[in-house]
Design a protein around this ligand. Structure first.
Ligand code: SF4
Length: 272
């Protein structure tokens, strides 16, 4: 193979089932993301400074020990992030050298240049798309950027990729959208012919019985005055509470999943 392509990989998580595609999967986190989601679970990955450079050949060698699981379960590799679609060159080359029976999935926001989606269209077995919300204002408030490219890329997938290869996730995003907003997004996506799935980014815990104090207050320690949080409290302050709640989660659980090697910082940047 000429000119092996390199990408910065922030973590590899093995033996995953059910959430990242069919069979037993290995999740590969590619570094860097152009969005600024308020509830991001991997904020360290956004800058692209964290990670270890791998060529496609090195990644293949690293994952060869998983082949027995992939072969037995119709599993494979799921590229996640950060935003993996921005490294379509790396993923396409990896697909060309990995065993044919490995299935390749991608977890993406689709908020990338259309040429990345076009490059990946022929080599991804399952697209898992988190569209956030299709309402432009909600999307911008939650991610800090516009969603024009998401819609363009969804339309491209609708025309060029078998529908069964695409799963669109439509989250309920506390304090940013409502169940009615979620249903509005689902309607548009399903009219395009895609399967959808809903989930909640942060679920408001149950009120604890007795004193009426929400039990999740205990998770926040001294961040807020528990007396300040009630169901009748002004929305603006409840919104601030949830932002602090998620910031605390980000501090306590900076990276989800099992990371196999130490993350390193570096100045080299393969971002295009
Ligand atoms: S798309 Fe994912 S990695 Fe990027 S900012 Fe949003 S949650 Fe974080």
């Amino acid at each position: 193979m000429t000119n092996p392509i390199t990408a910065k990989i922030a973590g590899i998580s093995r033996l995953r089932m059910e959430t990242d595609g069919p069979g037993i999967r290995t999740l590969v986190h590619l570094s860097r993301c152009p969005l600024l989601c308020r509830y991001c679970l991997n904020p360290e990955l956004r800058s692209g400074r964290i990670g270890k450079p791998f060529t496609t050949e090195q990644l293949l060698k690293e994952l060869e020990c998983d082949d027995v699981y992939f072969r037995a379960s119709n599993g494979g590799v799921t590229f996640s992030g950060g935003e993996p679609a921005c490294r379509s060159d790396f993923i396409e080359q990896f697909r060309s050298i990995c065993p044919e029976h490995w299935t390749i999935a991608i977890e993406t926001s689709l908020n990338v240049l259309p040429e990345h989606v076009e490059q990946l269209a022929g080599c991804i077995d399952l697209w898992i798309v988190d569209i956030k919300d299709l309402d432009g204002e909600i999307y911008h408030e939650y991610t800090g950027v516009a969603n024009r490219r998401v819609l363009e890329n969804l339309r491209y997938l609708a025309e060029h990729v078998p529908k069964e290869r695409v799963l669109v996730r439509v989250p309920l995003i506390p304090w940013y959208n409502t169940p009615a907003d979620v249903q509005a997004s689902i309607k548009v996506v399903e009219e395009m012919g895609f399967k959808t799935e809903t989930f909640t980014y942060v679920t408001e815990p149950e009120q604890s019985p007795g004193d009426g104090k929400p039990e999740y207050i205990d998770l926040l320690g001294d961040l807020v005055d528990p007396k300040a949080i009630t169901d009748t409290h002004p929305e603006g302050e409840r919104k601030m509470f949830w932002k602090k709640f998620v910031e605390r989660i980000n501090q306590e659980m900076p990276l989800m999943g099992i990371i196999d090697f130490n993350m390193t910082e570096g100045d080299d940047n393969e971002w295009d």
